[in-house]
Structures are given as C-alpha cells and as structure tokens.
Ligand binder design. Sequence first.
Ligand code: SF4
Length: 467
Amino acid sequence: MGGRSLLDKVWDAHSVRELPSGQTQLFIGLHLIHEVTSPQAFAALREAGLRARHPERTFATVDHIIPTDSQRRPLADPMAEAMLVELERSAAQSGIRFFGPESGHQGIVHVIGPELGLTQPGMTIACGDSHTSTHGAFGAVAFGIGTSQVRDVLATQCLAVARPRVRRIDVGGKLAAGVYAKDVILTVIRRLGVKGGIGFAYEYGGAAIEAMTLEERMTVCNMSIEGGARVGYVNPDDATFAYLRGREMAPQGAAFERAVAWWRSMASDGDASYADRVRFDGAAIAPTVTFGINPGQSVGVDESIPRLSEVPDDERPALAEALAFMELRAGAPLAGTRIDVAFIGSCTNGRISDLREAARVARHGKVAPGVRTFVVPGSQAVQRQAEAEGLPAVFRAAGFDWREPGCSMCLAMNPDRLQGRELCASSSNRNFKGRQGSPTGRTLLMSPAMVAAAAIRGKVVDVREIL
Ligand code: SF4
C-alpha cells in the first residue's frame, strides 16, 4: 500500500464519523467569520437557543463592507456601520475574539488568519467565503462554506462534507523574472479549466512551488476555487515553520518545537498515491492576463486573444460571450488594451510582498492620465509594514491612490466600484460580469506588478519591459 497524502492524514485526524449520506462529519479546528455571511448564522443560532460551541476556535473580522477611504467610526454608510455593530455584538455575546477596525489586526479574513499565526499546518479550517482555500498554503485543509454551514460550524464545530480526491499539480523549473505566483495559478486554471477541479483537492508541489514564499503559496492556493477545487494546499516545510515562528497566535517556545514535529508528520508521504497528476513547466510560464469573464479565459501577455476556431467546440459559446462582453477582438494582441482603472489588493494579492513588487514598478513612472487607481493593503498589519518601508510615499509620488485595508474593489460591497463600462486591471481573483460593482464593468486579472505596469502605461503591457 502506498503512502498517504496530507489531505488523507488531516481528514482522518479530524473525522468524527461517516454519515449515512456518504459525507464525513469533520471537526473544524479553526473557524473564521466576517460580517457578510455570519449575521444570519448568529440569528439562526439564537432562534434555536444554541451557543457557539467553541468560541476559542472562532475569530471574527470585518472586510467586505469596510470603506477604504476612511474607517473612522461611525462608518459613513449607515448600513455598513450597522453590519459592523451587528458582528461586534454577536462576537461579544458569544465570547468570540473580534478583530475590528480599532484592534490593529483588522483586515481581509484570509490575510489576517495567516499573519496572526492562527492558520497552521494539519488544521481543518472553515470560513464563509469561497477563497478560504488560501489557508492551504500552510498545509491546512481549508473550506469555503455557505451561511447555513457557518451556522452549523458555530453550533457544533463540525461540518458535513464529502472527502475530495487529490490531484497533485507539479510546477517544475524556475519562474522567470517578472513572472509571479498569480501567473502560475492563472496558467493552471487556463489548462485545467474552471470546472476541472470539481471533486478534487489540489496538492501543489514541484520546484517552483517549493521555492515560493508563503505569501506566494497563498496566492496559488487562494485561486484553487476558481479552478473548481474547493481545497488547495502545499505541504508544510521549513519555510512554513519559519513563517509561523513568533506569530502572535502560533504556539510559542517548546510548544512550537513540538508543533513543528507534528506539522512535519502531516505532509504527504513521498510515495503517496494521487487520483490524478498534472505537470507544468514553471520556466515556460509568461505574465498572464485574463481576457474573458471567467478566470480560465487567459493568455500570456505576449499572446493574442484566441479565435473561435482555435478552441474546442464546447468552449466556443463561452468564448463568444466573453469577447462580446469584453469588447475585445479575437486574434488581436491583448497587450495594448487601454484600461480605465487599476486595482492592487484583495486576499489574492494584497500582502506586503505584492505591494513591494507593485511599488518596484511604480518607481518607473507616473499613473497615466485618466486612470483611476486603488492600492489597498490586505490588513492593518500589511498597512503598517508598508508604511515602515515607505511604500505609500512611492505609490503617491507615482500618482496612485493609497487606501485603508479591506476587500475594496475585489467585490465592491463598499464604495470602491467600477462605473459603467470601465475596464479594470485587477490583482483580484474573479472577472465575472459585474463582479467589481458595475453590471457592465470589465475586469482583466493579472499580477500586482502587471497592474502597476498597466496603470503607468494606461494599457496592458508586459511588466518585463519596465523592470
Ligand atoms: S478580497 Fe475578494 S475574494 Fe477575498 S475575501 Fe474579500 S471579497 Fe472575498
């Protein structure tokens, strides 16, 4: 019998029992909640006369609705303020720690979990947000869940969930300069499709993944869900342990050393067997940009937008719809496409290393006339670190708008929104119609460095021409 994967080890360690439905009742080690999916869950809990089962395993923050121009209380939007107060109250009543705007730890839920050391290898993690897969970068099995499941996890600390099969994705070789984790995951989704991962957990490995920092691994795991995989993870290694050492909520002292021994044991065995295995050559990946209305519709920045005749029959309707919505021409180069807005931020690419790379590009020019910009740190901790490094001054000198932390224009549940048909170069994770606040607004996904390059040239360009 072959070895076991991390997914199998974590699953078996957290399995309470097999359910008649074929699902597993899985114990959840860490539950992260935020203001959008938790109010109904808390209300349901109160109606049922139940209390949060493990408040010490539950942590709350505010990210989607928080404005990024001023977070002074009360918030300018009364509805946003009411949602914030509601979460504050529910968390306090339940004994759940809340990282609000006054805490110094507020931020996007998938940014603050890792930076506080809450996210750890071998854990099961749940959060009422699709991009919970981010936490898999640490070797955790992390699920995005819906509101009714948030209620279930609050009440029982368990989740009824089907065990996924594991697809191993090896990215070999070394990424070229100007090519980032975002380009890797966009390339993976382009090849395997936006539905290709349904029923799978993606285990990422290979030289290019192993060489990545934890922040880069988070970018890759974050977008697993865009490829249909609810879970994506990287096996924990020395880089993982070094990242966690000394973090506020990570084990300390001798307990940390004991934890490392256990974390190491949770990594997939060398002879683990997988349901499927796919290989990519990291050295062949170019800066990648989406041209369509799902994250699988992308090309290398030096490629042309595909013609209908160049894609399989079953992909033609989606391609035709994408080209019509985006007003882009099949066969034309994507480079040179004019943009109206540049957004740098989100749980995919709003961490300090993302801002550093974007600032490196911003030093090479000024924002092109007419381009609106948003540079939004993923958390207050990222904001403080950026300030300590002088990054806001770099961005401002280049004409970028430096903001307060939050989800901002990723989902536009706050005042940061596209207007009309604006075309946005965005470091976020979804380019669906209407995703950024305007039903007719258009999104091109790319790395933060590529967004900064597009902002200063006013059009899609290959960042390697600038760096
Ligand atoms: S940044 Fe976007 S994807 Fe991430 S948690 Fe916020 S809204 Fe969701």
